[in-house]
Design a protein around this ligand. Structure first.
Ligand SMILES: Nc1ncnc2c1ncn2[C@@H]1O[C@H](COP(=O)(O)OP(=O)(O)OP(=O)(O)O)[C@@H](O)[C@H]1O
Ligand SMILES: [Mg+2]
Length: 243
């Protein structure tokens, strides 16, 4: 079966530094894939390359067999509608209210929705993620954890079949993290494709079917979670990135 996403010999250079080096990688549809590795090894960069948010310096990224760099506007819009991204730093718009941030994806991808329908959908998603904040404030008045909740809510607003999550439970309390994990598990039941980055071995073990170990910008190993016997094995592999 054709992979949902294929990276073909992808390298990425930023400010003259090679961050990602000749990566060949397939992401399978309907599976959950975790990217793990030491701080600074290139996980966030690789995730953004998979999502088409960064363009490779060399090599190609394919989505359903189509090179992301040469998609036309309509194909790009379809890809964007099907996918969503939770950024490591949440990346909420500083000059917009939370409500505006949550409403924008609905305005773009569901222009047929009325203001009332958007309001109802936002209310529903906020209750799913368990956030009771006043949405007419700006992100700067939120804690990091609260920003993560809003970022996650924004990502699932249009029901994406493909979800990219970068350190998405970091800075959340156990209850809030647990709620987001169960929302992801529900998406797994629906056969969504999830690609996530995490430093938490227990989370990787409980959610991922495939684990990609990144070391120094290379894909060092691709394993199924069955091949990882203990949490300590994962930690050991990640530790190698520091060596
Ligand atoms: N646009 C850029 N220009 C120059 N260097 C960059 C750029 N983006 C990232 N880097 C550098 O590339 C390396 C990999 O960054 P990246 O954010 O992908 O790592 P990471 O594995 O996600 O780290 P962490 O676990 O700390 O989130 C880091 O050394 C970072 O400073
Ligand atoms: Mg990162």
């Amino acid at each position: 079966m054709e992979p949902l996403i294929r990276l073909n010999n992808v390298s990425f250079t930023g400010q003259n530094v090679r961050i990602i080096q000749k990566v060949n990688l397939d992401i399978d549809e309907g599976k959950t894939t975790a990217l793990v590795g030491a701080s600074g090894c290139g996980k966030s960069t690789l995730l953004k390359l998979c999502a088409g948010l960064l363009i490779p310096t060399s090599g190609e990224v394919y989505y359903r067999g189509k090179n992301i760099s040469s998609m036309n506007r309509q194909q790009t819009m379809e890809f964007r509608r099907e996918s969503a991204f939770v950024f490591q730093d949440s990346a909420l718009w500083a000059n917009q209210t939370l409500y505006q941030s949550l409403e924008l994806p609905l305005k773009i991808h569901h222009p047929e929705f009325s203001g009332e329908q958007r309001k109802e959908r936002i209310r529903q998603v906020m209750s799913e993620v368990g956030c009771r904040r006043d949405l007419h404030t700006r992100p700067s008045s939120l804690s990091m954890g609260e920003q993560k909740l809003i970022a996650f809510a924004r990502a699932i607003m249009c029901g994406p079949a493909l979800l990219f999550l970068d350190e998405w439970t970091e800075s959340l309390d156990d209850n809030a993290a647990g709620r987001l994990v169960s929302l992801v598990k529900r998406r797994q039941v629906d056969n969504n494709t999830i690609v996530f980055v995490s430093h938490n071995p227990a989370l990787v073990k409980s959610l991922a079917q495939i684990v990609i170990v990144v070391i120094g910008g290379y894909v060092y190993l691709k394993l199924t979670t069955d091949q990882i016997r203990e949490d300590s094995d994962l930690a050991e592999l990640v530790e190698k990135g520091n060596a």
